[in-house]
Design a protein around this ligand. Structure first.
Ligand code: HQG
Length: 182
């Protein structure tokens, strides 16, 4: 992804996940923003944005971060929200036996005490493969992959959701379901 696309993608993540009010827009309960309003308000706030730029970001995003609605009028972040404006109706799904969470070594002591917590975001993020978890963990420091007994959690009443882009979400992961990978 080139520099302009990367910068605009980060801007869209910021607006659609965390601070829509920064450019004076609101998201609906499912996280959707009207593309026309998003473009107008972005440009009014000094952030260059066009329909073409949005479409290029959506189609080239490595993690498929954004979804455009079927009618082409709206856009939302697939997952990762912290804004209280939204409560995305993610698809509830039975997870595979194991899912993976990438974190950094510096968080391990705290995770051993508390389990995995969502923190600022609405959910703990999990992936179906270890490689993705390693790259997520690297964002925070030296990566560690935690293997999560997801199916057992589900069988014990924990809910799992699959976001539009394949990221698995759950509210928290108690310590007893975490296996540390070496
Ligand atoms: C850690 C990216 C201490 C947790 C990725 C993580 C993902 C604890 C950090 C998405 C803890 C939160 C989300 C505890 C959890 N004590 N630390 N009890 N429980 N943590 O960024 O999962 O590139 O909010 O391990 O691909 O890293 O932005 O979550 O290290 O899908 O599109 O607290 O963001 O996508 O960090 O990443 P984050 P995350 P994008």
């Amino acid at each position: 992804m080139n520099k302009q696309l990367d910068k605009t993608s980060k801007f869209l993540s910021y607006i659609l996940r965390h601070q829509p009010e920064a450019i004076g827009i609101t998201l609906d309960a499912n996280g959707w923003a009207h593309i026309d309003i998003l473009i107008t308000h972005s440009n009014q706030n000094g952030e260059f944005l066009t329909r073409e730029l949005i479409e290029e970001i959506v189609s080239t995003s490595d993690k498929k971060r954004f979804t455009i609605s079927d009618d082409g009028l709206k856009i939302r972040a697939a997952q990762g929200h912290s804004t209280k404006q939204v409560d995305v109706n993610h698809t509830e799904q039975i997870p595979p036996e194991f899912l993976y969470h990438g974190t950094a070594t510096r968080f391990i002591d705290s995770i051993k005490q508390q389990g995995l917590i969502a923190g600022e975001r609405h959910y703990v993020h999990l992936s179906a493969d270890e490689q993705t978890a390693i790259s997520v963990g690297k964002r925070h420091g030296k990566p560690v992959v935690l293997k999560i007994k997801a199916l057992l959690m589900y069988q014990q009443g924990f809910k799992f959701y699959l976001a539009d882009n394949g990221v698995w979400l759950t509210q928290s992961v108690p310590i007893r379901f975490i296996i540390k990978q070496d």
